[in-house]
Design a binder for this molecule. Structure first.
Ligand SMILES: Cc1cc2nc3c(=O)[nH]c(=O)nc-3n(C[C@H](O)[C@H](O)[C@H](O)COP(=O)(O)O)c2cc1C
Length: 360
């Protein structure tokens, strides 16, 4: 098959198609297992899972597939926050809480930085103990001790990069694969060196420049929805693709129906970058929450503080099927999104690739 390459060999999968890890309930066991059973690589977005929840999900997936699947973790970063910053963020959020009939807040306990780190180490322990074959990271690079420990257990490691410099860093620390995330990508930016405007590089620029500067295989992410996107990425030098939005609207995904519907009805110019939901830049469909918070955006606390502050808002708006205040993460190709099963999605991609290969 023409799609066999270093990535399929390393990951032991049939096709170089990775279902993006999507933390926050999207990557159900059904979705992950179905992707792996269909010849791609299913990934658990475990960023927000407790170690126990992660262990339980890994075990559940093992009951539905004997094929490889992976776990994705958020690398914790130091954050600084003052009580005053939290107070003013709450003041900005209270008018929105009012609209949702939520209790207004004026204080909030400062998050415990040590706890965030301890949870990360516990998650790593679960990955090793449960013999998960693949582990990927976003928001940074874990310590050399963590990397060494995972490598000792023969776990394939994937890092995330949004610039050439970040890709080179990933290679230096021993990542086996680097996922390059173009500016088109839905969800959080994985940037960890410089998260400014200039590091918003489009995938068509990013892939060949990364490929020229690293030796490890490159996986492309951002706006890819079908066989055309896969083949274009391969032409530019990538060895595989990681798709988020396209898998989010699949039947097996755990995304809220209102989120799926928002993507299925969105146009390419409706997504924006915002840090109002979590304190970290992320791409999603513009809604009332984003518009109302826009003027305060620069003053909001960093991830994960802002993410915790908006939890009540996101939870309640989801329960009320209210798209106005939900985080509707989406990449820039929503017009290509379809409601379909994972099996038919992957079959379609492979059929498209075969068709394209007839012409080139
Ligand atoms: C809802 C959603 C959640 C995401 N969560 C994660 C995550 O937990 N970890 C991660 O590495 N990337 C995450 N991403 C980013 C994806 O890995 C990938 O870069 C992105 O989906 C590619 O763009 P696309 O959505 O246009 O395919 C998320 C993306 C979406 C849409």
């Amino acid at each position: 098959m023409m799609l066999k390459n270093e990535i399929t060999e390393l990951l032991k999968v049939e096709y170089p198609i990775i279902q993006a890890p999507m933390a926050g309930g999207v990557t159900t066991s059904k979705l992950v297992a179905e992707v792996s059973n269909s010849g791609g690589l299913g990934m658990i977005g475990a960023g927000y899972l407790t170690p126990d929840q992660l262990r339980e999900q890994v075990r559940e997936i093992k009951e539905s597939t004997t094929n490889p699947f992976g776990v994705n973790l958020f690398v914790p970063n130091e954050f600084k926050v003052t009580e005053n910053e939290i107070k003013s963020a709450n003041q900005f959020l209270n008018p929105i809480r009012q609209q949702l009939n939520l209790h207004l807040k004026d204080n909030f306990e400062l998050p415990n930085f040590n706890y965030v780190f301890e949870t990360f180490f516990e998650q790593i322990k679960v990955v090793i103990e449960e013999k998960v074959p693949i582990c990927s990271f976003t928001f940074g690079i874990p310590s050399s001790e963590v990397i060494a420990e995972l490598k000792q257990s023969n776990i394939i490691l994937m890092g995330t990069a949004t610039t050439i410099e970040e890709a080179v860093e990933n290679e230096k620390v021993g990542m086996d694969i680097v996922v390059v995330q173009g500016s088109e990508a839905g969800g959080h930016r994985g940037s960890f060196i410089d998260g400014n405007q200039e590091s918003l590089v489009g995938l068509m620029s990013l892939i060949p420049q990364v490929v020229d500067n690293v030796r490890i295989p490159v996986v492309a992410a951002g706006g890819i929805m079908d066989g055309r996107g896969l083949m274009a990425s391969i032409c530019l030098g990538a060895k595989g693709v990681q798709m988020g939005t396209a898998f989010l609207t699949c039947v097996e995904s755990g995304a809220h129906q209102a989120h799926k519907d928002a993507i299925l009805n969105a146009k390419e110019d409706q997504t924006v970058l915002t840090r109002s939901f979590s304190g970290k830049w992320a791409r999603g469909i513009r809604n009332k929450f984003i518009l109302e918070m826009q003027k305060h955006e620069a003053l909001l606390p960093d991830f994960p503080v802002q993410n915790t502050l908006t939890q009540d808002i996101r939870k309640t708006s989801s329960a009320q099927n209210n798209q106005n205040f939900m985080s509707l993460w989406s990449g820039q190709s929503p017009r290509l999104a379809k409601s379909q099963t994972v099996e038919s999605f992957i079959k379609n991609i492979v059929a498209e690739v075969k068709k394209i290969n007839l012409y080139i």
